[in-house]
Design a protein around this ligand. Sequence first.
Ligand code: SAH
Length: 252
Amino acid sequence: MTTNFYAPPSAIRAGRVVLPDEEARHVHTVLRGEAGDEMVVVDGEGGWYRVRIDHVAPEQVVATIVEQREDVGEPAVDVTMALGLLKKRSRFETFVEKAVELGVHRIVPLRTVHTEPESVREERLRNVMVAAMKQCRRSRLPDVAAPQSPEALLAASEVEIRLVCHAGDDAVPIRRAVDEAGPASSALVLVGPEGGFAPSEVDAAVAAGCRPVSLGARRLRAETAGLAALQAVVGSTGGGAEANLEGRGQNG
Ligand code: SAH
């Protein structure tokens, strides 16, 4: 089957996978899967399994693992993207979907001076993320943190590279900043909301070790800026080890 499926680690035991209801319905009703068919199941925590179906019922699919790998489709660098909450929730959700595709590790919605007191729809975000993880063939489900201030986030973060996207005179091109930082296994990138960061927020981020970086000569919408910054970091850190489409094999 051409699409990947999701099952939480608790559904994978003793060499077998039991697909959750919704995934099982998809196999049974939409794809008309049957015993003997092979498919790929990911557990959202880096587990990747090629399995062979033993049994299909409308709400239950049981399969046997024939090959197991780790971290298929995962980048070499853990990038946390902190993005100001946006007025339109659908724009934030679009950002989340695309960020999963580009390999984000963690997403932190930021409450900033120029952010409306918005919330996120957690259940909806999770569904968007699971679908994106399956579609783009990664094996890890990124984490979405509770909305917080940049100060709280910076105080709690232990990462090797810290960047704040800011179209100011002091900003260096993001790729140069990443190159100069050298190979790293973790990075944090701050992106402002529609109204941008307040100058005091940029100052505080810089004081907390963030380098101001530019994404080019155009002013991008926040979600575009977040995606461009993410790709710049994922695509240029980790000493070229990014190409991990095959993951690490364990028994095959
Ligand atoms: N009205 C705001 C624009 C905000 S754009 C202002 O004038 O500041 C939303 C966010 O995207 C910004 O806070 C910044 O983090 C990021 N961004 C957009 N375009 C950028 C660029 N060319 N370089 C760096 N960051 C950018």
